[in-house]
Design a protein around this ligand. Structure first.
Ligand code: ZN
Ligand code: ZN
Length: 347
């Protein structure tokens, strides 16, 4: 086994603190890489607090992981020592169900292995995430990271990036489309960058008028303050797509009213409570309410390659790992532009 230093929550009631643990030895198809940076996703906080389901403790969060390869297994063909590498939300899946067979490992019918707070495919060994100094991952679930991009700012692409890229690609959002991005946080700011890069006319919908300048700086063409009834009225029937990144409760019926006929409202944020949706909000204008979760491995690599080609990274604030609890407090208040990234050298 390989000794590793990390930061873990021992219970849902305790703050993250240093914790030493072990990774498996590098198997024939495994890549070991030393972690250099790890992004801080809102779901890290939800999971250590047991907000969604009972977690596996001790828990080492982190699924926006980048670093440099230090060891490869004897059968590894895709990586060599010294390469940059990354891992996102998944470290394995069954690989044979109908979804895995279509490169949709994130929807594995037999249960994919989440990078942390999950189980390996033996369904008993817990997984530990990127708030740690080294990781061992099967090469098929390890991603190539370009040397061209700022490495720390690349980390959030592994979750925030693919979560927004995948639905925009699935629904073929691009030239001639009016895309609204609901919420300008870690996910929303990536959605704006991708929407603009794909050629869509992008509007940011936000409760906070203060975000207009940032939205425009990120490339958005328009900005609508959702707390202003006049602006909402003016925006009715205007969008082909709404990419909804908001994880706070909100009125889906109001937003469905902003879609044109055949418009699609795509959820990628997860509000804590089920929403109330009136059927009239959908059938008037043949609208769709849809959702999308992260992306498969092939699509994640495609996204990373697209970002390298188009010079797209996340806007980040780098933090020391000892400041993670303060970062969580700020994240809860929406006080981050737009993603915290842990400098793992501070571990
Ligand atoms: Zn995430
Ligand atoms: Zn599967």
């Amino acid at each position: 086994m390989i000794p590793v230093k990390g930061y873990a929550a021992q219970t849902p009631e305790t703050d993250l603190a240093p914790w030493n643990f072990e990774r498996r030895d590098v198997g024939p198809h495994d890549v070991q890489f030393d972690i250099l940076f790890c992004g801080v996703c809102h779901s890290d906080l939800h999971q250590i607090k047991n907000d969604w389901f009972p977690g596996i403790f001790p828990m080492v969060p982190g699924h926006e992981i980048v670093g440099r390869v230090v060891k490869v297994g004897s059968h590894v063909t895709k990586f060599k020592v010294g390469d940059l590498a990354g891992t996102g939300c998944l470290v394995d899946s069954c690989r044979h169900c109908e979804n895995c067979a279509q490169d949709l490992e994130q929807y594995c019918l037999n249960g994919s292995s989440q990078t942390y707070n999950g189980l390996e495919q033996d369904h008993k060994t817990p997984t530990y995430g990127g708030y740690s100094n080294s990781i061992v991952v099967n090469e098929d679930f390890t991603l190539h990271i370009s040397e061209k991009l700022d490495l720390a700012a690349t980390a959030p692409l592994l979750c925030a990036g693919i979560t927004t890229y995948s639905p925009l690609r699935h629904w073929k959002v691009g030239k001639g489309h009016k895309l609204a991005v609901l919420g300008l946080g870690g996910l929303g700011h990536m959605a704006v960058k991708f929407g603009v890069a794909f050629g869509a006319e992008v509007t940011v919908l936000s409760t906070s008028p203060k975000k207009e300048a940032d939205a425009k700086a990120l490339g958005a063409h328009h900005f609508v303050v959702t707390s202003d009834p006049e602006q909402i009225k003016a925006a009715k029937n205007s969008f082909d797509f709404i990419l909804d990144t908001v994880s706070a409760p909100h009125d889906f019926n109001m937003y469905l009213g902003l879609l044109r006929t055949n418009g699609v409202h795509i959820c990628v944020g997860v509000p804590p409570e089920p929403a109330s949706i009136h059927a009239f909000s959908l059938l008037g204008g043949r609208k769709s309410l849809a959702g999308s979760g992260i992306g498969g491995l092939a699509e994640t690599q495609e996204m990373l390659d697209f970002c390298a080609e188009h010079n797209i990274v996340s806007d980040i604030e780098m933090i020391d790992i000892k400041d993670i609890t303060t970062a969580y407090e700020r994240m809860q208040k929406g006080d981050v532009r737009y993603r915290f990234v842990i400098d793992i050298a501070t571990l």
